[in-house]
Design a protein around this ligand. Structure first.
Ligand code: ADP
Length: 626
């Protein structure tokens, strides 16, 4: 038997009326007292209640230990904490990663009914902030704290709360938030409650830390799996738009983001264009929406090539607010092909601090893959376009060969016929008939020579061997000369007008005549019903004049107008199909006008007619009399 035991035995023996007990586990300090029976009962009741609390605590601890998510922990507190410490209001405040704000999660029906749930507060606001910053527990009157914040303590006071108990949530040296309870009873919390709350808070903090670690490990694994899945999807298509749309959709769905957009950079226009969108803002921002490179977080990322993680956009001056937006967090990452920034992946959320480093790392990896997928798609697109051009060119060339061989053959046939007739009949042919035959021969030979010239021009123009002889040219004479070479039918009327201010130009007379002649021949050819053909030369700008040829012919559908000036290009309409041509005249005209520093274009409406116009530089001076 120990000396202490012996001592206790002695003491008990010397006190027949009172019982000597050690209440050190129920009292703040061990004490030895003489107690009446009533006092003993009360002390025993206290001991019983203390025991009950400890066993409740160990039960709660077991449940918390079994929790697998933050929600599980919250649920245990919601249903069990009231058995441990009496309260009317209960909530937990959790610090964000950057430790600037804390987020409140309410855990009792009265607290749920306030505005406090899921609200962020700055860490220097409210008594919760004070406890987090000072890392020490506190119990006090609701209105008596060193920091009174209207939206927290004010709310509690309005609810009729009188006492407040807040303990920090600590794991090791780190405080991750605090646990708050409030009661309508004045003085409801004392040292004892604080002590028990601290024990609970310790369990909660460890559990929250563990589930956070577990969650982030789980999130990382799921994200890596998803990245692989998305990467596979990206390689399954080579159509750029389809690919980016699929990427936006998959990223949003798999990562459960609020809104995902993908922009492509257009440096020529100095803008970023929205090409893919998936999420809650889709109706407000349809594909095709453009934003300047100098605007918004997306514009900044596109021009600087660095990511932006704005977990509170109101504090980022680059953020561009939209009326319909309730965005609070934005994460934008550049998409690059080698060193060139080709696009931006942009994620938005209505929660503050919605994104963390894991999101950034994972999305950066995805953007790398998007970059290579975009590159492949672009290469594919170029190859496809080149292929289409080659196919079209090939078709045009074979069309051209068909037309040219026909065009060569038919005048040749006429010439041969006329010549044979002359040979056969010899002197028997009268003069009038002879003239007719000879005219056929000359006209058809001219046609052949024109065709041969056009064909030759292509080769020369393509190899840059065409030589231009520039001199001052009289515009009116140019138009008249060109018109004299065109075969007008009786159904057509020609009218021309030359402004006094544009009498002279500097250029290659023969080639410019060929342009006007081409346009006039087309005006005749493509207005088979006849009508007025008018040529105008007028002022266009201080140093340029405009020559235009108007007809009231078959016209050209707008979607085919752009390709008219390409080599071998012909219009594919019912009316145009029957009219013979090589598809070269306008291409040659464009090349000649271009060599003169001008521009050629068409305005036309099917069934109403066309106006072909081109600009030329004015001559600075009129030529001398010679
Ligand atoms: P083509 O020898 O076929 O006339 P062009 O290069 O001169 O070749 O013209 C290209 C095509 O543009 C023509 O095939 C025709 O379809 C269309 N075109 C040119 N001028 C006119 C016009 N004045 N009205 C309607 N279509 C025209």
């Amino acid at each position: 038997m120990s000396t202490e035991d012996e001592q206790a035995k002695d003491d008990q023996a010397s006190r027949p009326k009172g019982i000597k007990i050690d209440l050190s586990h129920t009292l703040d300090s061990a004490e030895e007292v003489d107690l009446s029976l009533e006092e003993i009962k009360e002390r025993l009741a206290q001991a019983q209640s203390f025991y009950n609390r400890v066993s409740t605590l160990s039960e709660i601890a077991l449940q918390i230990d079994a929790a697998r998510s933050q929600e599980d922990v919250m649920q245990v507190l919601r249903s069990e904490a009231k058995w441990l410490i009496d309260h009317d209001v209960c909530f937990i405040s959790l610090l964000n990663k950057s430790r600037t704000h804390y987020l409140i999660n309410t855990l009792s029906p009265i607290a749920d009914a306030t505005e406090l749930n899921h609200k962020h507060f700055l860490v220097n606001q409210g008594m919760s902030g004070w406890v987090i910053q000072n890392q020490s527990p506190i119990f006090l009157d609701v209105t008596a704290g060193p920091v009174f914040t209207e939206s927290i303590e004010g709310t509690l006071a309005d609810l009729g709360m009188k006492s407040l108990l807040i303990v920090p949530l600590r794991t090791g040296d780190e405080t991750i938030g605090c646990f708050t309870m409030s009661s309508a009873r004045p003085g409801a919390y004392q040292e004892r409650e604080m002590w028990i709350a601290q024990l609970l808070a310790q369990q909660v903090a460890v559990a929250l830390k563990n589930v956070a670690l577990f969650d982030s490990a789980k999130k990382r694994i799921t994200q890596i799996e998803l990245v692989n899945e998305i990467a596979e999807k990206l390689t399954s298509t080579l159509e750029l738009e389809e690919l980016l749309k699929a990427a936006a959709e998959t990223i949003r769905k798999n990562f459960n983001y609020f809104d995902v957009t993908i922009f492509l950079v257009d440096r020529g226009q100095d803008v970023v264009t929205l090409v893919a969108h998936s999420g809650k803002y889709v109706d407000f921002l349809p594909p095709g929406y453009c934003q300047k490179l100098s605007e918004g977080i997306v514009g900044w990322v596109a021009s600087h090539g660095q990511k932006v993680l704005a977990n509170d956009v109101s504090e980022d001056p680059r953020y561009m607010a939209f009326e319909y937006h309730s965005t609070k967090s934005e994460l934008a990452i550049p998409i690059q092909i080698e060193d060139e920034i080709v696009g931006v992946l942009n994620i938005e959320d209505t929660k503050l601090h919605a994104f963390d480093e894991t999101d950034t790392i994972v999305l950066e990896t995805l953007c790398d893959q998007l970059g290579s997928a975009t590159k492949n798609a672009k290469l594919y697109d170029q190859a496809k376009k080149a292929n289409a051009t080659l196919t079209e060119l090939d078709k045009m060339k074979s069309d051209f060969l068909g037309i040219v061989s026909h065009d060569f053959r038919s005048p040749l046939a006429s010439i041969i016929l006329a010549a044979k007739a002359l040979l056969k009949r010899g002197d028997a042919v009268d003069k009038g008939r002879m003239n007719e035959y000879l005219t056929v021969i000359v006209d058809q030979a001219n046609k052949l020579s024109h065709l041969a010239e056009d064909t030759l021009s292509i080769t020369k123009m393509e190899s840059g061997q065409l030589t231009y002889f520039f001199k001052v040219v009289n515009v009116e004479r140019l138009i008249k000369d060109a018109a004299s070479l065109v075969h007008f039918s009786r159904r057509h009327t020609l009218e021309y007008h030359v402004d006094n201010s544009v009498s002279y130009i500097k250029g290659d007379q023969t080639k410019l005549r060929q342009v006007v002649q081409n346009l006039l021949s087309n005006a005749v050819k493509y207005s088979p019903k006849g009508g007025l053909i008018s040529v105008k030369a007028e002022n266009y700008s201080h140093d340029q004049l405009l020559i235009s040829v108007r007809d009231g012919g078959i016209g050209i559908p707008s979607e085919q107008q752009e390709r008219l000036f390409q080599k071998f290009s012909r219009i594919d309409t019912e009316e145009a199909r029957d009219i013979k041509g090589s598809g070269l005249g306008l291409w040659i005209s464009k090349e000649i006008v271009k060599a003169h520093g001008g521009r050629i274009w068409v305005e036309s409406e099917p069934g109403k007619g066309s106006v072909f116009s081109f600009t030329l530089r004015k001559a600075q001076q009129e030529p001398s009399a010679s």
